[in-house]
Design a protein around this ligand. Structure first.
Ligand SMILES: [Zn+2]
Length: 169
């Protein structure tokens, strides 16, 4: 579930509901803090090797443990989305990847709140891909033979990439 603030993270006062821009939000009565329900940002990577095969992983942890997925994960505050996508590829599969273009922007409401997924396409520049704890199984597939991917955002990204048209959902 989404974490709800009960105390102000700036000054420690108990938060109280306040009408802000026509929304009832937890707000601090002593300072300017308002608990805006900001979305989280995640990235995903469609990685091609020299033969045009695409990398998919079986996820080692939730969300989606055991399901096929693209490499990806949450964005850190101090990196660009493309850097995050390349970092996730390295962490999950030991692949060095260069991101080339945006394939899809996908928005979904989860139990935790809003989630924005930015999917990039890129290419393998160093490997080989090897399994990790985060991705205990991985394989290269012809793009149209990819297994069923567990996340709708990843399926939409591959569809958009195959059509050659970036998609905003
Ligand atoms: Zn405060």
């Amino acid at each position: 579930m989404r974490t709800e603030f009960r105390f102000c993270p700036a000054c420690g006062a108990g938060l109280q509901p306040r009408l802000v821009e026509q929304r009832q939000l937890p707000a601090c009565p002593q300072c300017e803090f308002v608990a805006w329900p900001d979305p989280k940002v995640a990235v995903a990577a469609i990685v091609e090797d020299e033969a045009g095969l695409v990398l998919a992983i079986r996820r080692g942890a939730d969300p989606g443990q055991g399901q096929w997925a693209l490499p990806g994960g949450y964005l850190d505050a101090d990196e660009t989305p493309a850097q995050a996508a390349a970092r996730e590829c390295l962490e999950e599969t030991n692949c060095l990847v260069v991101m080339d273009s945006l394939a899809c922007i996908h928005h979904v409401l989860t139990r935790e709140g809003g989630l924005l997924v930015l999917a990039y396409s890129g290419r393998l520049v160093g490997g080989p891909a090897t399994p990790t704890e985060e991705a205990p199984e991985l394989a290269w597939f012809a793009p149209r033979d990819l297994p069923e991917l567990g996340f709708s955002s990843h399926r939409q990204a591959v569809d958009a990439w195959l059509r050659g048209v970036p998609q905003v959902i």
